[in-house]
Design a protein around this ligand. Structure first.
Ligand code: NAD
Length: 336
């Protein structure tokens, strides 16, 4: 099958090509560095399948253009699908698959890395010692042992994260409209959202971005968090009202912010902009705080996760070509 692969970096090409080469009937992959959006959708004309990533923009107009060009399958090489208009895809006759599960450990462990770095000021110590500054002033952290950690979204990633934090000796609170017996069995306690933010020393976001969760961490909720709590977001940028978070950092109510995702990350992340002027004042303000760590959507980026993401994506395209059921199909809500 002819597959147009958008938003590709060198490492994507390597892992996708390896997964493709391992198939009994490999596909014809064409890699584009450009993201899929209205201006680039024409590149996919004549490709039966289109493969995209987190910041590609598959709105109704793009999907109609893809369908018009002969595309029948949209394969997301990621878990979240907030960037695809699923109803419009169905209306255009496009089927959509994602990678529902690869390594929940990759993202959960990255969230823990952000917490430890923020708490123990590892980023600051790294810079100081490179300049022969071995002073400790300003580097004091707190023990995680005995603290309370709030997990918003106790799905696959949230549960792994909760288990790790329980291992540190933390009390783990969870909030999720769909409670998981596994989360309770591993010692987690479900509470209302307001109680979770009021009691937690560390809050970690692991729910998907939907109209319901957009800016779930807004000015009002940030106003209820425990003074000096840390907030970590490895899920989707739109969950946090970034300007409200900046205000909470300025007052000290938010004691630290670790983000792997950012509302306006499309156009910034996954590229080297070190020689350019960044016009986004919000990200510039964020990176000026000593108690903010930004990573560029790399939580998924482990060898294990990349191998599974690319293998699952190629297997889904093969299943579609063979007319087999699609295990990771994303259906419009009314068809579920
Ligand atoms: P999952 O579907 O297993 O779990 C999501 C959980 O969130 C579910 O239990 C769901 O009930 C819950 N939820 C839904 N609405 C909620 C709400 N309003 N409040 C609280 N919880 C709510 O998904 P997962 O595999 O754990 O992934 C979670 C998210 O992580 C994905 O949607 C994706 O956006 C993000 N993600 C980020 C990266 C990265 O590299 N940074 C990689 C993979 C996934």
């Amino acid at each position: 099958m002819k597959v147009a692969v958008f938003s590709t970096q060198r490492y994507d090409r390597t892992f996708l090509q390896q997964a493709n080469d391992a198939l009994p009937r490999p596909h014809a992959l064409t890699f584009f560095e450009a993201p899929l959006e209205r201006e680039t959708a024409a590149l996919a004309a004549g490709f039966g399948a289109v493969c995209i990533f987190v910041n590609d923009h598959a709105d109704a107009a793009v999907l109609q253009q893809l369908a018009h060009g002969g595309t029948r399958l949209l394969a997301l090489r990621c878990t979240g699908f907030n960037n695809v208009d699923i109803d419009a895809a169905a209306a255009a006759g496009l089927r959509v698959v994602r990678v529902a599960e690869y390594s929940p450990h990759s993202v959960a462990e990255h969230a823990v890395a952000l917490i430890l770095a923020l708490d123990r000021k590892i980023h600051r110590a790294y810079n100081r010692t490179r300049d022969a500054n071995f002073a400790l002033d300003g580097l004091m952290g707190f023990d995680l042992h005995g603290k309370t950690v709030g997990v918003i979204g106790t799905g696959k990633i949230g549960r792994v994260f909760g288990r790790i934090m329980a291992g540190f000796g933390c009390t783990v609170l969870g909030h999720d409209p769909c409670q998981s017996p596994d989360f309770i069995a591993q010692g987690g306690h479900y509470v209302a959202l307001h109680e979770l933010v009021a009691r937690s020393d560390v809050i970690s976001l692991h729910c998907p971005l939907t109209p319901d969760t957009h800016h779930v961490m807004d000015e009002a909720l940030l106003g209820r968090i425990k003074h000096g709590a840390l907030l970590v977001n490895t899920s989707r940028g739109g969950l946090v009202d970034t300007e409200a978070a900046i205000e909470a950092l300025k007052t000290g109510r938010l004691g630290g912010l670790g983000i792997d995702v950012y509302e306006q990350e499309a156009g910034l992340f996954f590229r080297d902009l070190s020689s350019t002027i960044i016009p986004d004042d919000v990200i510039q303000r964020l990176t000026s705080f000593p108690n903010v760590i930004v990573t560029g959507h790399q939580a998924f980026f482990t060898q294990e996760a990349m191998g599974t993401i690319c293998g699952t994506t190629m297997a889904s395209i093969s299943a579609f070509e063979a007319g087999l059921p699609l295990a990771d199909e994303v259906l419009p809500p009314q068809n579920l």
